[in-house]
Design a protein around this ligand. Sequence first.
Ligand SMILES: [Zn+2]
Length: 238
Amino acid sequence: MKRKFKVWGFIKFLLVMTVVFCCINKFKVLYLENFQQNTSNENVLEPTSLNLLKNTDSDLILVNKKNTVNEDYIPKNLVKPNIVFLNSCTKEEMQLQSKAAHALEELFKGAKEDGIILLGSSGYRSYQSQVNVYQKYYNENGKEYAEQYVAKPGTSEHQTGLAIDVTNESRCFDKTSKEAQWLANNAYKYGFILRYPEEKTDITGYNYEPWHIRYVGKRVAKKIYKNNDALEEYLNEN
Ligand SMILES: [Zn+2]
């Protein structure tokens, strides 16, 4: 009798353990499904996805020769950052999206503290002003020249209000200048990246531009800086 009781006890124990094990597994599956949903909702950007083109509210919007912006796209919250601009800068170009404008003010302040004087050269450019520039080059120098030297309307990330060209007092912003070196090493701390690095021209499709910085937010800027990525590479990997 005692032995029979022990066997039944053991079977009961096995049954209870099986139920507990199944419950734990079910919970794990539910948890993982939720977790994956949350994380994938965060990563709404897929470089190959058409959604990317439409997500003009994102700090990570990708604009290049393949991913164009619509001609009617105007960022909602353009403001003039409190920095010194070149005299040649138009009123339109003195604007950025507000979050980028505030970050830029901090960047200029940080530069100044390190003895680096930067100037704003060209921020937001509307689709229409891109058309005007393209047309001007086309009329004066022909189609081939215009295509080589001017971004086609809709392919410039200046239209997002998240990018700006900066310069220095000597207007000689090449990679050997202390201002360009400071920018390359510090822009990420303020949420900006060097959008067209020298060694990534085949990926970005643009020549090296040490003066062109793009706001992506501090977290992403730091990642891109540490991994030495182009924005296109970051978006492909994340
Ligand atoms: Zn630029």
